[in-house]
Design a protein around this ligand. Structure first.
Ligand code: S3P
Length: 429
C-alpha cells in the first residue's frame, strides 16, 4: 500500500463499531439466556474469531454485515468443541474466553496466530489458578496454546500488577462460575466495558475507584446491544485531521467512555482543535460526534493513569508527536512491548526510517518533533495499529510511504484505506 501526500482532508465519516464492545457483546450474549441482537458490530477478523469460538461451543450465531443475532444458552449452556479454539490475532478473545472456559465442565484447548502464541498469558494463568482453575500453557512457556480442564472455582480478591482490562475481565468472567464474590483491584483503571455490559445483561457488578467486584451465579438475560463507533479507529482520523493543513473532519457516533478517551485529552492538550458535539448516553456508554480541524501541535508528557485510557492510540500519538513542536515523552507504557507487535521497537524503527528524532526508553519513547517527515518503506509487522498509524504519516510525508503487510488493518478496520481515501481532496493511495 502506497500512501502519498494529501492536500487536505474534508468531510464526514462513521468509523466501525468498537472492537472491545463487539467482543463482549458476543461473549455475554452466548452465556445469557435467550436472544441477543447486536447492531453496528465490528465485522473485523478479531471479532469474527470470537464468534467462531462460540459457534464451535454450540451457540447459534448468525451475522449479516454489522448485525449479529445470538441464541444464548445461559451460563451453563456451552458444549465441548470438537477441535481447538482458534483465537486468531486476538488477545481479547484469548484472555476473556479463558475466564469463561475455566468454569466449564469440559476440556478446551485455545490457540492463535504466531503473534498470539508469543503474548504473555501468565497474567491470566496466575489469577485463574488462584481461583482454582486448571489452566496450563501447553508448551510450558506461559503463552498459548492453552489447555483448560474442568475445575471448581472460588471467588478471590486479586490485586492485579497490571492495568489490563483483559486480565480484569478474564477474572470477573471466571467469577460468574465461582463460589463467593470476586473482585479485582488495578494499579490504574482500565477500560470498563465488561462491568458496564455485564450489569446491562443482569449481573451484579459494582465498581469503586480501581476495584471491580462481581457476585457469582446470576441470571444473565439476552439483550439488544448497539455498539458505538470505536475511538481507537477514530484516532487515525483525529490525528490526520489535525496534522494535514486545511483539514476539517466530522466523525460521527464515537464512544467516549472516560476509560478510553485519553486520546482526546492528550490531543487537545497538544493544541488540537477537537470539538465534541451531540453527546449522548446509551446502555451505559457515552458517545459524541467529533469535529476536528487542523491545528499546530506542541509536545507533551504522557504517562501514569492516562496510559490505559489511550494504550492502543500510542502509535498514532507518536506520529503526531514527531510533527509537533518540542519534545514528547511517553512513559509508564511498557505494555506496548507485548501488544500485537513490540510497539516501542516497531514505532522507533519505522519513525527513524522516516527521519523522525525518536528514541526508545524502558517504558516508552522520547520524541523530538520536526517540521516534516520523509517517505520510507514501513514494516507493519502485521500489526493493524502500526499500519494505520503510518498511513496517517504518509499523508504528511515528503515522498511516498510504502506499507508492507498493509492488509492487516482487517483485524479492526477492514475499510480503513477506503475511508481515508474518501476524505482526501487530491491524492492517490
Ligand atoms: C482490550 C484491552 C487492552 C487493549 C486491547 C483491547 C479489551 O488490552 O490494548 O486492544 O478489549 O479489553 P490490555 O487489557 O492487555 O491492556
Amino acid at each position: 500500500m502506497k500512501i502519498t501526500h494529501a492536500k487536505s482532508l474534508r468531510g464526514e465519516l462513521t468509523v466501525p463499531g468498537d472492537k472491545s464492545i463487539s467482543h463482549r457483546a458476543v461473549m455475554f450474549g452466548s452465556i445469557s439466556e435467550g436472544m441477543t441482537e447486536i447492531t453496528n458490530f465490528l465485522n473485523g477478523a478479531d471479532c469474527l474469531s470470537t464468534i467462531s469460538c462460540f459457534q464451535k461451543m454450540g451457540i447459534d450465531i448468525t451475522q449479516k454485515d454489522t448485525n449479529v443475532t445470538i441464541h444464548g444458552k445461559g451460563l451453563h449452556g456451552l458444549t465441548r468443541p470438537d477441535s481447538v479454539l482458534d483465537c486468531g490475532n486476538s488477545g481479547t478473545t484469548t484472555r476473556l474466553i479463558s475466564g469463561i472456559l475455566a468454569g466449564q465442565s469440559f476440556e478446551t484447548q485455545l490457540t492463535g496466530d504466531a503473534s498470539i502464541r508469543k503474548r504473555p498469558m501468565k497474567r491470566i494463568i496466575t489469577p485463574l489458578s488462584l481461583m482454582g482453575a486448571d489452566i496450563k500453557s501447553m508448551q510450558e512457556n506461559e503463552c498459548a496454546p492453552l489447555i483448560i480442564r474442568p475445575a471448581s472455582l472460588h471467588g478471590i480478591h486479586y490485586d492485579s500488577p497490571v492495568a489490563s482490562a483483559q486480565v480484569k475481565s478474564s477474572i470477573l468472567l471466571a467469577g460468574l462460575y465461582a463460589k463467593g464474590p470476586t473482585s479485582v483491584t488495578e494499579p490504574h483503571l482500565s477500560r470498563n466495558h465488561t462491568e458496564i455490559m455485564l450489569h446491562y445483561f443482569g449481573a451484579e457488578v459494582t465498581s469503586e475507584g480501581t476495584t471491580s467486584s462481581l457476585m457469582p451465579d446470576v441470571f444473565l438475560k439476552g439483550q439488544k446491544v448497539h455498539v458505538p463507533g470505536d475511538i481507537s479507529s477514530a484516532a487515525y482520523f483525529l490525528a490526520a485531521g489535525l496534522l494535514v493543513p486545511g483539514s476539517e473532519i466530522l466523525i460521527r457516533n464515537v464512544g467516549i467512555n472516560k476509560t478510553r478517551d485519553g486520546i482526546l485529552r492528550v490531543l487537545k492538550e497538544m493544541g488540537g482543535n477537537i470539538t465534541l458535539l451531540n453527546e449522548q448516553y446509551d446502555q451505559g456508554e457515552p458517545t459524541a460526534d467529533l469535529l476536528v480541524k487542523s491545528s499546530p501541535l506542541h509536545g507533551t508528557i504522557i504517562g501514569g493513569e492516562l496510559i490505559p485510557t489511550l494504550i492502543d492510540e500510542i502509535p498514532v500519538l507518536a506520529i503526531a508527536a514527531s510533527l509537533a513542536e518540542g519534545t514528547t515523552i511517553i512513559r509508564d507504557a511498557a505494555e506496548l512491548k507485548v501488544k500485537e507487535s513490540n510497539r516501542i521497537d516497531v514505532m522507533v524503527e519505522n519513525l527513524s526510517a522516516m527521519g523522525a528524532a525518536v528514541q526508545a526508553t524502558e517504558d516508552g519513547m522520547i520524541i523530538e518533533g520536526k517540521p516534516s517527515l520523509k517517505g520510507a518503506k514501513i514494516n507493519s509487522c502485521n500489526d493493524h495499529r502500526i499500519a494505520m498509524s503510518f498511513a496517517v504519516a504518509g499523508l504528511i510525508a515528503e515522498g511516498d510511504v510504502d506499507i508492507a503487510g498493509a492488509e492487516c488493518v482487517n483485524i479492526s478496520y477492514p475499510d480503513f484505506y477506503r475511508d481515508l481515501y474518501s476524505l482526501c481532496q487530491k491524492q492517490l493511495i
